[in-house]
Write a protein that binds this ligand. Structure first.
Ligand code: SAM
Ligand code: SF4
Length: 338
């Protein structure tokens, strides 16, 4: 087995696959309200094409995990069929979703072999939810979280993308939501990948600011980080500390993904496949490998593998957000696959 290694010695074991560029939401920080130009169906990789690439990565390069994303992955028809094919590769298989259709899909996806699920939810306030996502579907997402738990996903993780002045007042509400509904909360820093190009450093809620709020209300302890990009903690309300609880059920777990304030580029093990078959070695990559052209042009597995090796070798050391020489990629989060 050949490791998929770049010139900085990083071994790549995780693949993000965007299965569609479309979405049923229009989150302010991700897509414009109108005017997205969607890919034509013929441009999107088929399940056979996705499977072929994944299989090469697993068999030749020891890929260990795959995350399905988008756009909104649950909008891809027959997604459970792709899930069961990828699950047969024996990798850890996860998905990031906005949760709105999970009530319908959670059981099928779990039974098809999806092992982990992250549901994105940035506010618990209905009005704010409408403003942020431009859809009135908070209730559906809450029901989706319940449906995922009922289907057997454990733990269910809820991704909260924090933005200054918008939802940074809800950090404690989310922690309580997580603790009482038994889901793991993962706070994510806002990155310059919004289609509206409204990102600025002062809108990022940094990990240190999150921790300031946490320590005001909770007692927290670091947990083993493993290979996760999230710093992980368990926590319980300070007022409960003196009353000898001794019950794990009283504790919650949260994580922080500090991609901007504390980048984890030096341990990054990810590559990304867009829905139209571009292999990208970084969310912020300015170039890509057109795997679809190779696949549809009759490329052999050998040729595909060689091109993948070269693409990974070309990976830069980091994203450089906040540096004067940072260059914003032309593709937004929903187009690359978050
Ligand atoms: N539609 C699915 C969802 O929302 O979970 C999957 C795709 S979405 C692009 C994946 C993740 O990217 C979500 O958790 C979302 O909050 C996050 N995201 C989108 N735009 C972002 C940005 N500009 N900065 C940081 N995270 C972002
Ligand atoms: Fe859709 Fe996810 Fe982007 Fe929101 S973050 S617009 S749900 S792809």
């Amino acid at each position: 087995m050949q490791p998929l290694i770049d010139t900085f010695g990083r071994v790549h074991k995780d693949l993000r696959i965007s299965v569609t560029d479309r979405c049923n939401f229009r989150c302010q920080y991700c897509m414009p309200e109108e005017g997205m130009v969607w890919l034509d169906r013929s441009e999107i990789l088929t399940f056979d094409e996705i499977y072929r690439i994944a299989n090469i990565l697993v068999e030749r390069f020891g890929l260990e995990s795959i995350r399905l994303t988008g756009g909104e992955p649950t909008l891809r028809r027959e997604l459970h069929v792709l899930v069961s094919r990828l699950a047969s590769l024996g990798v850890e298989l996860s998905m990031t979703t906005n949760g709105a259709t999970l009530e319908r899909h959670a059981v099928d996806l779990f039974e098809a072999g999806l092992t982990r699920i992250n549901i994105s939810l940035d506010t618990l306030d209905r009005q704010k939810f409408v403003e942020l996502t431009r859809r009135d579907q908070l209730q559906q997402v809450i029901e989706g979280i319940d449906a995922a738990k009922q289907a057997g996903f454990d733990p269910v993780k809820v991704n909260v993308m924090l933005m200054k002045g918008i939802n940074d007042t809800e950090i404690i509400d989310f922690l309580e939501f997580g603790r009482t509904s038994d889901v793991v909360i993962r706070f994510i820093e806002f990155m310059p990948l919004d289609a509206g190009e409204e990102w600025s450093q002062d809108r990022v809620v940094a990990a240190s600011e999150i921790m300031d709020q946490v320590t005001e209300h909770y007692r927290s302890e670091s947990l083993e980080r493993g290979s996760s990009p999230a710093e992980r903690f368990r926590f319980e309300p300070k007022s409960d500390v003196s009353s000898d609880l001794g019950e794990n059920a009283q504790w919650g777990e949260f994580g922080i993904i500090a991609s901007v304030s504390e980048p984890f580029c030096e341990s990054c093990d990810r590559i990304r496949l867009t829905s139209d078959g571009q292999l990208r070695n970084c969310l912020f990559a300015l170039e890509h490998l057109d795997l679809r052209a190779l696949l549809r042009g009759g490329g052999t597995d050998e040729q595909l593998a060689k091109a993948i090796v070269e693409e990974v070798e070309a990976k830069r050391s980091g994203h450089n957000i906040g540096q004067v020489y940072f260059i914003r990629p032309s593709k937004s989060m929903s187009q690359v696959g978050g």
